[in-house]
Design a protein around this ligand. Sequence first.
Ligand SMILES: Cc1ncc(COP(=O)(O)O)c(C=O)c1O
Length: 378
Amino acid sequence: VRSPVDAVAARAVIAVCKPMLPSADHLLPYLRSIDASRQYANRGPLVRGFEARLAHHAGGSADQIAVAANATAALTAILLSLDIPRGRSCMVPAWSFAASAHAVVQAGLIPWFVDVSASDGALCPESAECLASHAPGHLGAVLAVSPFGLPVPVNSWESFRHRTGVPVVVDAAAAFDSVRVSSLPTAVSLHATKALGVGEGAFVAWDDPAGVQAVRERINFGFSGSREAIVLATNAKLSEYSAAVGLAALDQWRATRAALRAVAREYSAALAGLDVEMQPGFGRQWISATTIVRVPLGSLAAVVDGLTEAGIETRRWWGDGLARQRAFAAFPRTALPVTSDLAATTVGLPCWPDLPSEAIRSTGRVIGARLERGATVR
Ligand SMILES: Cc1ncc(COP(=O)(O)O)c(C=O)c1O
């Protein structure tokens, strides 16, 4: 006879994240082509082919895409390619992942944490313009972050740049689905946790081929057609093996997208009528590999506890935001009331392409029960 404790231990936990990259069978043709070419690195045929297909996805041409080892390095490479004098500040929304701030510091700039808008968790161009004149020191750039794949308002950021002269770089790490080539240099992550993953990887989309070429130099030792480093740089190229995974993942993108869209829609149904907010347009205009919800202030701990007890894993993907992390303690910031609220009310629910419908319905039921209990207590 099992004790209740054993029963709990035996129950399978529903993981918050369970990536599904292409299988070995789907990779095989691409791996065979590596065997044939014997080119394993340094922008080989698979990397070039992957860039061409990413360009098609993002509505541009192959010279407007540069793949890289990860989005953190890609963001740094973009910032370096803009030749912003070291020591200038870079406006960064405090509601983001650690990588955004690391990338700025690696580019020799000082992150300046600012608050985001309560409606979508993003820094909006209008607020950025109001804030710009209060920057500590000289404002060198703005990093516009897509929260969890929400599309970035490209046209408004382009007008911001025209009006202020301040370059805008887009951290669209989770926005594979909606990314489009534009005049804003944009980095998309291809980490395994993202909608289209290769394990570790990323790409830059930018309508300026000379800019893309400059990014390529910054991830390839600063080389420009010779073995002399002409600019400061790093090595953050994508290998042929990662490109093989990317090509196989693109072959399956329609099915992956449909599966993630179905998950998003099932969550909408399971959470309907509850005091729970999903991201604007999620599952309708765009998809992502995370399902992010907001619950009323004061109820997050009860919701997370309820889900944990039911064997449903959750994750506060961005924790308390950037400004409260020790590594970034010394950097300047504005007041951050919205970021604090978001940190106290936002959580990621299980989200993966073959997440069973029943898991989504259970998640909805547990959240509903916990919110109802909280409402009674109040
Ligand atoms: C907002 C944001 N920026 C940057 C990154 C870094 O991406 P990568 O893991 O490819 O370096 C992430 C990763 O999840 C992210 O969420």
